[in-house]
Each structure stands twice: as structure tokens, then as C-alpha cells.
Design a protein around this ligand. Structure first.
Ligand code: PLP
Length: 278
């Protein structure tokens, strides 16, 4: 078992993988990414992740360096070569390498790199105990639907949360609307109905988010995608956040307000069971 990277069309150990100083990802964060984790050794919801990668590429007018089935083959081979029980696959595609200049050459070749590391990185007790989140001002741009590697606001706010002893930060607009976490989508439950902000340009439409809404439909749980206020989130019966790396984490505190008596609620626990076991 070892952490490996896919770079220049070959697999090498992670510590030997370097990118050129003129990579536009390094210079400008001019690129996109995906994170896929395995369940029982198989990449979970890989088709959905690769389709989103294509949408992100199209949105920034970047030509993917491989077909989606080509990506699948590289991912499956990398998972095998790394040899972990469960793997976290990080895929990054930047616009390419050329001397620093804001505009880029029309024939620039995109630079594909991947890393294969052990999953999970989250402690399982967080799912049992729940997490605390802080609210932070929405300072991001208006194309948060693109999975861009430019994540400075997310990094700044996540760091603020961690330094205060919280696990995540939730972006809230000046009007008091909740958007999403720095690396998670948010849901709340009121009177057994799931509420979550709509998948528009203000949030990343999480693959986990979509999976949960589909599972909710299958299990007959009512759900609404609509603008949600912080005020109603604070008064919800249950709140949870989701992402590919954490699945679902119940939220038990937002800033100083306790949620659901500081204990993960029954519907959050039931929804967590919709995920196949690792
Ligand atoms: N929102 C943001 C800003 C994210 O960065 C992520 C994941 O990285 C998510 C939501 C959750 O997306 P997914 O469920 O596809 O992992």
C-alpha cells in the first residue's frame, strides 16, 4: 500500500510527483477538480463525478485531456496500484503550462494529475456525536457551481472555524440566506420534511446532495429545494452537512445555538443508512 500520483501519463509515488512552476493551476488556480472515494474498493458514484467534471470543464472552456471512460480506466488502475482498503482519489485538471500571462494560447494542452490516498480521513465518531459549525459571510464569486481549484474564501473560512474549535463554516448572505459549507452542502429537517438550498450558481451541486435527494424520493421522504434562511435553520428539528468524503454529518451547534438538543436526530441517522456500508 502506498500513496501514489498519476502525472505525465504515469503512476509514481506521491513524494516524487511535481508540477512545473508555470502550470496555470499553480500561477492562477486556473483549473478544476473532483474528489471521488471508494466504497468496498469501488469508486462510488464515479459516473456522476465525471459528468460534473465535464460540466466544470465546459464552463471554463477547458478541453478535457481524456474521454470520461479514459478517466475511469486511469482511476480504476490507480486504486489497484495504491492498494488501500478504501481510497480517496483527487483529480485535478489545469489549463496547462506556459509562461505567466492572464490570457492563454488557444492550443494549450490541459494538465491532468491525480493522487490516490487512503480514505477515510474523517474520524467516524463525528458522525455519532455530530459537528459544530460557524456562520461566515458569503464572500465568494457567483459561479460556485463550477468545481474550481480557486478556493481561497473556503480555506480562509474553514481555518477560522477550526481555530474557534468548530468543524465547518457555513456561508450566509447579507440577506440571511444559507448557501453551503466550505466543502459541504447543508440540509435541515422541519416536521419530517428535508429542506436544502437550490442547486443554482450559488452552490456546488454536491454528488452526495443529489444522492440524498434521490434516496429521499425512493424512501418517500418529502424534500424541498428552495432558498433557506439562517433563522429557520437555527429553529430546525435537525441539520446535517454532506460531502463525498464525510457522507453525512449531523450538525448539533451553529455558532452559539444548539440544534436538536445537541444530539444527532433520527431522520439524519436514517438518511445516513441510505449509504452503502464501507
Ligand atoms: N460544496 C462545496 C463548496 C464543496 O467543496 C463540496 C465538496 O468538496 C461539496 C459542496 C460537496 O460535494 P460532493 O458531495 O460532490 O463531495
Amino acid at each position: 500500500m502506498q500513496e501514489i500520483a498519476y502525472i505525465n501519463s504515469t503512476f509514481i509515488t506521491l513524494d516524487r510527483a511535481f508540477v512545473p512552476i508555470n502550470d496555470r493551476g499553480y500561477l492562477f488556480a486556473d483549473g478544476i477538480y473532483e474528489v471521488i472515494v471508494t466504497r468496498n474498493g469501488k469508486p462510488f458514484l464515479i459516473k456522476e463525478h465525471l459528468e460534473r467534471l465535464k460540466r466544470s470543464a465546459d464552463a471554463i472552456l477547458l478541453q478535457l485531456p481524456s474521454s470520461l471512460s479514459g478517466f475511469s480506466k486511469i482511476i480504476e488502475r490507480g486504486i489497484k496500484e495504491a492498494g488501500f482498503r478504501e481510497t480517496m482519489v483527487y483529480i485535478q485538471i489545469t489549463r496547462g503550462v506556459e509562461p505567466r500571462r492572464h490570457n492563454y494560447s488557444a492550443d494549450l494542452k490541459a494538465n491532468l494529475t491525480m493522487t490516490f490516498r487512503e480514505h477515510p480521513e474523517y474520524e467516524p465518531q463525528l458522525t455519532l456525536k455530530g459537528v459544530s459549525i460557524i456562520t461566515v459571510p458569503e464572500i465568494r464569486w457567483s459561479r460556485c457551481d463550477i468545481k474550481s481549484i480557486a478556493l481561497l474564501p473556503n480555506i480562509m473560512m474553514k481555518q477560522r472555524a477550526v481555530e474557534k474549535g468548530y468543524q465547518e463554516a457555513l456561508f450566509v448572505t447579507e440577506e440571511g440566506l444559507i448557501r453551503e459549507g466550505t466543502a459541504t452542502n447543508i440540509f435541515f429537517i422541519k416536521d419530517k420534511v428535508i429542506h436544502t438550498p437550490p442547486a443554482d450558481q450559488h452552490i456546488l451541486n454536491g454528488i452526495t446532495r443529489t444522492y440524498i435527494l434521490q434516496q429521499a424520493t425512493l424512501h418517500g421522504i418529502e424534500h424541498i429545494e428552495r432558498e433557506c434562511t439562517l433563522d429557520e435553520t437555527l429553529k430546525a428539528d435537525e441539520v446535517f452537512i454532506t460531502s463525498s468524503t464525510v457522507d453525512l454529518l449531523p450538525v448539533i451547534k451553529i455558532d452559539e445555538t444548539t440544534i436538536a438538543n445537541s444530539r444527532p436526530g433520527p431522520l439524519s441517522k436514517a438518511i445516513k443508512e441510505f449509504f452503502p456500508k464501507h
